[in-house]
Design a protein around this ligand. Structure first.
Ligand SMILES: C[S@@+](CC[C@H](N)C(=O)[O-])C[C@H]1O[C@@H](n2cnc3c(N)ncnc32)[C@H](O)[C@@H]1O
Length: 287
C-alpha cells in the first residue's frame, strides 16, 4: 500500500517529502516576527495587504488547506479525495491556459524549481492540449536542490539541498530528447538568470515559482518584471500566507518595483498554490 501511495503522489506531481504530515510540520513552524517594513503578521494586516496586492482579502488561516479526513493517508478513500483535489487544480490550470490561447496571450512558459519535472511535464501536456505547440517551456533548476534558506526570511522547515534531482534523471522523466520545446537551464538562479540563455527567454505567458524559499523567489520575480505579458499567469507553489517570510515576502518586496503591473487573484489550490493574473495597467482587462 505504501508503494501505491508513493506512486500516486509522484504521478500527481508530489513526493512524499511533501506529505501531509510534513505539511503539518510546516504549518507549525514558527513564523518570523518583528521584521522591518513589511511586518504583516496579524490576520487583519495580512487580509488588507492581500486585498491591496491582488484584490482578494484572504485570511491567513487558509494555509495548507487541502484535505482533512478521518481516514489515514494510506486509506483508499483518502487517496481518492486527494486525487480529486489535484485533478480539480489541474483542470483549472488547463482552463486558464485554454483561455490564454483563445485570447492570444503571448509568451513562453517557465518554471523556476522543477525537481523531478512533474509540473513541467504537466505544463507540456497542457500546452499541447491548448494547441500552444509553438511555445517554449523553460525549466530553471540548480539540479542540486534548494540553495541556502535565509536565516530570518525563511521558516526552519526548509534546508539547503532539499529536493535535489540530477539533470540526467529530469531529462529522462521529461523525455527531453523527443520534446525539444522543453529547455532546461541549469544553475543557481543568481548565476543562471543572468546568463545569455536565460536572457533569450523573452516574453512570459505563464510562470510557476516553485523554489520554496525567499531569496531565489525574489530573483525569479526580478527576472520576470519586464517579461510578464498582459494576461499572463503567475503561480506561487509555496505561498506563505505571510508577507514576512518566503515567497510571500519576496512578492511583497517586489510588487513595489513593478508599478506597470496589476495582479488579480484567480485561485488558491491545495498545497498553497496561489494563482494570480498579471495585467498591464495601460491595457484593457479582457480577462
Ligand atoms: C519543491 S522543488 C520543485 C518541485 C517541482 N516544481 C515539481 O513539479 O515537482 C524545489 C526546486 O527548486 C530548486 N531550487 C531551490 N533553490 C534554487 C536556487 N536558488 N536556484 C536554482 N534552483 C533552486 C531545487 O533544486 C528544487 O528542484
Amino acid at each position: 500500500m505504501k508503494k501505491l501511495v508513493q506512486w500516486t503522489f509522484n504521478k500527481a506531481g508530489y513526493s512524499l517529502v511533501k506529505s501531509p504530515s510534513l505539511e503539518a510540520e510546516r504549518r507549525h513552524a514558527p513564523s518570523v516576527t518583528s521584521l522591518p517594513d513589511i511586518d504583516a503578521q496579524s490576520n487583519e494586516e495580512y487580509r488588507q495587504m492581500s486585498e491591496r496586492f491582488f484584490g482578494k482579502g484572504m485570511p491567513r488561516d487558509l494555509r495548507n488547506v487541502k484535505l482533512a479526513s478521518i481516514y489515514p493517508e494510506n486509506d483508499e478513500f483518502f487517496q481518492r479525495c486527494f486525487n480529486a483535489l489535484l485533478q480539480t487544480e489541474a483542470e483549472f490550470v488547463q482552463r486558464l491556459i485554454d483561455d490564454q490561447a483563445a485570447k492570444g496571450v503571448a509568451g513562453s512558459f517557465v518554471e523556476f524549481g522543477i525537481y523531478q519535472g512533474a509540473w513541467i511535464d504537466r505544463l507540456f501536456r497542457m500546452t499541447e492540449s491548448a494547441g500552444l505547440t509553438d511555445r517554449a517551456i523553460y525549466g530553471f533548476d540548480s539540479f542540486k536542490g534548494l540553495s541556502k534558506p535565509h536565516d530570518r526570511f525563511d521558516v526552519s522547515f526548509w534546508k539547503e539541498g532539499m529536493y535535489a534531482a540530477s539533470r540526467a534523471e529530469v531529462e529522462r522523466n521529461l523525455n527531453i530528447a523527443e520534446r525539444p520545446r522543453i529547455k532546461l537551464i541549469e544553475g543557481y538562479f543568481k548565476d543562471s538568470l543572468v546568463r545569455k540563455e536565460a536572457k533569450a527567454v523573452g516574453d512570459v505567458a505563464f510562470a510557476r515559482i516553485d523554489c520554496d524559499i525567499y531569496e531565489p523567489a525574489k530573483e525569479c520575480l526580478e527576472f520576470l518584471s519586464k517579461r510578464l505579458t498582459h494576461g499572463s499567469i503567475l503561480v506561487f507553489d509555496d505561498w506563505t500566507h505571510d508577507y514576512g517570510v518566503g515567497e510571500g515576502r519576496a512578492f511583497a518586496e517586489w510588487i513595489g518595483t513593478v508599478p506597470h503591473l496589476n495582479f488579480k487573484f484567480l485561485f488558491l489550490g491545495p498545497w498553497d498554490h496561489l494563482h494570480l493574473r498579471v495585467l498591464h495597467r495601460d491595457k484593457t482587462d479582457i480577462f
